[in-house]
Ligand binder design. Structure first.
Ligand code: GLP
Length: 241
């Protein structure tokens, strides 16, 4: 694992954007695994700014997002499809047909999960997967559990995740209880992983995930077994490593 310590959130965002743009420049056909949450917002902003300067071309890029809430439509302002449109897709020349986010409105969510696995396979796998981390160590929406879930699946969100994400909704009651998320195998099969962490509040879980035992109780700990991980964080988030 390569660890990149950044002075600030802005600096973390720029380092992460540099790694992602290197991928796109070296392979314009890249399959990007993308993430939502507050942590990667600065990285997306930086990518949009470099795109506007003419430094990046997304015309051949394909993307697959990690997860989506069950029950939220693409135009709901808290859906992850909406997040991606507003933070990246609407501002760059990526072909909308090449962007993939799990279907939160699917009448049969299990079937939507199978379709999503097939999409990832048809794309030939993920070149670089961006990940944030939940306070309980979740990646995507893979919550702490007795076993690692391998492929895309429907998950019941934990109370702590619902509480953490309630800040984005009018009230806690409006936070969806379920989500569709890529599984650990989908994530681990990515050829490269880019983990972003920011803020003191993540310091304990970063330490547990990267220096503790590999266990499904801390889903991000599995990343210790991946051969090509870049961990980019600000000083506060990396302070306990
Ligand atoms: C959310 C997302 C994750 C994200 C995490 C951390 O629930 N499903 O993909 O990494 O929580 O979010 P934040 O970056 O806002 O701390």
């Amino acid at each position: 694992m390569r660890i990149y310590v950044a002075e600030s959130y802005e600096n973390m965002s720029r380092k992460a954007a540099n790694i992602l743009s290197a991928q796109v420049i070296l392979n314009p056909n890249s399959v990007l695994g993308l993430a939502t949450g507050s942590t990667p917002i600065g990285m997306y902003k930086q990518l949009v700014s470099w795109y506007n300067k003419g430094d990046l071309d997304f015309s051949q890029v394909k993307s697959v997002n990690l997860d989506e809430y069950v029950g939220l439509s693409p135009d709901h302002d808290q859906s992850y499809r909406y997040f991606m449109q507003k933070n990246l897709f609407d501002h760059v020349n990526i072909d909308p047909a090449n962007t993939n986010v799990p279907d939160g409105l699917a009448a049969d969510p299990d079937e939507a999960c199978r379709r999503y696995n097939q999409i990832i396979r048809d794309l030939g796998g993920i070149d670089i997967q961006v990940l944030g981390m939940g306070h309980n160590g979740h990646i995507g929406f893979n919550e702490p559990d007795d076993a690692f879930e391998l492929e895309t699946h429907v998950v019941d969100l934990q109370e702590s995740t619902i509480e953490a994400n309630a800040r984005f909704f009018a009230s806690k009651d409006e936070v969806p209880r379920r989500a569709i998320t890529m599984g650990i195998k989908n994530i681990m099969q990515a050829r490269q992983i880019l983990v972003l962490v920011s803020g003191e509040g993540k310091a304990d879980i970063v330490k547990a995930a990267f220096t503790g035992p590999v266990t499904p109780r801390v889903p991000a700990s599995i990343l210790q077994l991946h051969p090509n991980v870049a961990l980019v964080g600000d000083k506060a988030a990396l302070s306990k490593l």
